[in-house]
Design a protein around this ligand. Structure first.
Ligand code: SF4
Length: 366
């Protein structure tokens, strides 16, 4: 087993992102406002403004003395994300953003509005160290982990845009959060868990979203899957399996050289047992690589009888890559075989394709 801390991706030493309100726990917020000369109860009022009313302009917070607002803004609400590029499609109901962080690192987030919900896909790292060969993000390696506040802010920007009627379809709110943008969330475990707590903490401490609306995606960092089961926040666990046999998965998902498929699935079934939550298995269908009928049979056998749902994802090819999406008939056959094994499976909707929808593709093109 790896030693504690060994799985955290260690980026080169560099300046830390500026401290922000969203980085802080409720107690730490109280300490900070006291340091600024405010009584501790002001922390609650600030959280009501920031998380409750979605206001990010301390100058307009009339419950804070006017002379202290500049210090509150400068020390606790630094600007974290600068929009570099925003693209929309689907009549403005899909909006993809590329953000520049304080040190010039780039990440991206996507807002997708459906008839009954709004889902946001966010990044947990700038770049990614997992090196999956079919993925745009993986090609450039890891730049750094995002801070808790940099993760949270991606959601708050979307929530503000929805509240202010800036997204096609009228005023709305974020219902679902998926950690499927840039990065391997489990390799930035501490900050990702803190961000999830900001999302699920009741207002005014956080934004009060149900943990059931949050999906944490991983390539299979086994010890972290066991850790997640102990957190008491029953998010949906999504595991990017992409292959039912170790020989191919060692190449497709290089972390498989460290954690084999049976170990990953054991951790998944433990997660399902502890939380009662169905585990999502993500499977990008890649033409003639992992989409053969015999692999569908093998996957069906591995998964049958468990609390699981398979998302088949038509691969969004990275420009210049040899990997491409499966033929429609192979995709249909794969789905049918899983169903024949009694495994729940669907083909994922691929929103945002025309705007470089694969993770990291847009940021990589900027
Ligand atoms: S597929 Fe996910 S884990 Fe693999 S390199 Fe890309 S972002 Fe990282």
């Amino acid at each position: 087993m790896p030693k504690p801390g060994e799985l955290e991706m260690v980026a080169p030493k560099r300046q830390k992102p500026p401290l922000h309100w969203s980085d802080l726990t409720v107690d730490e917020r109280k300490e900070k406002v006291v340091e600024l000369g405010l009584p501790a109860f002001r922390a609650d009022q600030i959280s009501r403004q920031f998380f409750g009313r979605l206001s990010n302009d301390p100058q307009s917070w009339t419950d804070i003395p006017a002379e202290l607002r500049p210090a509150v803004q400068a020390q606790l609400f630094p600007e974290l994300l600068t929009s570099v590029k925003a693209l929309d499609c689907d009549g403005g109901t899909t909006v993809k953003q590329v953000w520049k962080l304080f040190d010039g690192a780039m990440v991206e987030s996507v807002l997708m509005r459906y008839t009954d919900r709004v889902t946001m896909c966010i990044s947990s790292q700038a770049g990614c160290g997992m090196n999956c060969p079919f993925c745009a993000t993986g090609q450039n390696g890891l730049t750094r982990n995002l801070s808790t506040a940099e993760i949270v802010e991606q959601i708050l920007v979307g929530a503000r845009a929805l509240a202010n009627d800036e997204i096609a379809g009228g005023v709305g709110r974020v219902n679902n959060i998926v950690f499927m943008g840039m990065g391997e969330p489990m390799a930035n475990y501490k900050n990702v868990i803190a961000a999830i707590r900001r999302f699920t903490d009741d207002a005014p401490a956080g934004i009060g979203l149900s943990a059931r609306g949050i999906t944490l995606s991983t390539v299979g960092l086994v010890p972290r899957i066991y850790d997640l089961a102990k957190e008491g926040i029953p998010v949906t666990l999504a595991v990017s399996l992409h292959c039912p046999d170790d020989e191919l998965r060692d190449t497709l998902v290089p972390i498989n050289n460290r954690f084999k498929i049976n170990e990953v699935l054991d951790a998944c079934w433990n997660y399902a047992d502890v939380t009662g939550r169905r585990v999502s298995i993500e499977y990008a269908l890649i033409k003639d690589i992992n989409d053969q009928a015999w692999r569908a049979e093998l996957l069906g056998k591995l998964l049958q009888g468990n609390l699981v749902h398979v998302n088949l994802i038509p691969l969004n090819p990275t420009p210049g890559s040899i990997w491409t999406a499966s033929r429609p008939e192979d995709e249909r056959a794969f789905l049918r075989i899983l169903h024949e094994h009694g495994v729940a499976a669907t083909v994922r909707d691929t929103r945002g394709r025309e705007i470089d929808g694969a993770c990291g593709q847009l940021a990589a093109s900027v």
